[in-house]
Design a protein around this ligand. Structure first.
Ligand SMILES: Cc1cc2nc3c(=O)[nH]c(=O)nc-3n(C[C@H](O)[C@H](O)[C@H](O)COP(=O)(O)OP(=O)(O)OC[C@H]3O[C@@H](n4cnc5c(N)ncnc54)[C@H](O)[C@@H]3O)c2cc1C
Length: 246
């Protein structure tokens, strides 16, 4: 993808942290930690930071990004024969998360997970990661307390599965009773950017809002990686609409 973008005259600027926007009559100015970029239009797809970027652009929304860490185990090589395909539980329709599942990867390894644990750091890949700013942002958001009061039991169960391998395995055994604690080795983790509304609802679809010179992707949950090209087409379609309206 990077090669195609560059072949078509696009530039990829890594390590450019967007810090502010200024919109004028005929252009938008983006200040980054490295330089200033002038453009007619910009698209915010900043994942875990997309709500903060939207705020910098003066976009009013009722959503905040809450981060949920998804932790994985991997199946020991001698037990990989048990998993020949993807194996998923029936998901709980109240949550945008799929539940712990088995994923056979193209190199033959098998991932088991992820759980979904509230993270007090937006990029908190470790259990011990903590950011005062990120924690304050979540704890002072009334949508979080509404969600927490509704789903306290589920939240506590997820935390228990995070800290206790035995609890995690119990959950896994519902799908595959032959799995034992010793069959799983700790794997990597990922952090989901999940938009939460002020009324405590987890947004379970893609959520895109428009500014005068901008488009903001404020919720792009799984399968947004798989669907990225289609989402890209939709953004381009909206971009054309916005340009016509300008
Ligand atoms: C554990 C886990 C499992 C998943 N499994 C699947 C799956 O099986 N299938 C699937 O389709 N999806 C899956 N997903 C979801 C998928 O990863 C996301 O939906 C997708 O990555 C969202 O893409 P994005 O471009 O919106 O955000 P991201 O991929 O998060 O990209 C955001 C980018 O914005 C940059 N950024 C942030 N702030 C700034 C700033 N101030 N200035 C400049 N740049 C900034 C970041 O550095 C990052 O590069 C999974 C996610 C997790 C966490």
């Amino acid at each position: 993808m990077a090669e195609i973008i560059q072949e078509k005259g696009g530039q990829i600027l890594l390590h450019h942290k967007v810090e502010s926007f200024t919109e004028k009559n005929d252009e938008a100015i983006i200040d980054t930690n490295q330089n200033t970029i002038k453009t007619s239009f910009y698209i915010n797809c900043a994942g875990l930071h997309s709500d903060r970027i939207a705020k910098l652009a003066n976009i009013q929304t009722d959503v905040k990004i809450v981060s949920f860490r998804g932790e994985y185990y991997q199946l020991k090589p001698e037990k990989r024969y048990l998993v020949k395909n993807l194996i998923y539980p029936v998901p709980n329709p109240n949550f945008p998360f799929l539940g712990v599942h088995f994923t056979r990867m193209i190199d033959g390894t098998v991932d088991v997970g992820p759980n979904a644990v509230l993270s007090f750091k937006r990029e908190g890949y470790l259990k011990t990661d903590f950011s005062f700013r990120d924690a304050k942002d979540v704890l002072f958001f009334k949508g979080f307390w509404k969600l927490a009061s509704r789903y306290a039991k589920e939240g506590i169960e997820e935390m228990a599965r995070s800290f206790s391998k035995r609890q995690f395995v119990k959950n896994v055994q519902k799908l595959m009773p032959d799995i034992e604690e010793d069959d799983l080795i700790p794997g990597p983790s990922g952090v989901r950017a999940q938009a939460l509304k002020e009324d405590g609802t987890l947004v379970d679809d893609f959520y895109i809002v428009h500014g005068r010179r901008s488009i903001h992707v404020l919720n792009a949950p799984s399968p947004a990686a798989t669907a990225s090209l289609e989402i890209g087409k939709e953004i381009v379609r909206r971009l054309e609409e916005c340009r016509l309206a300008m």
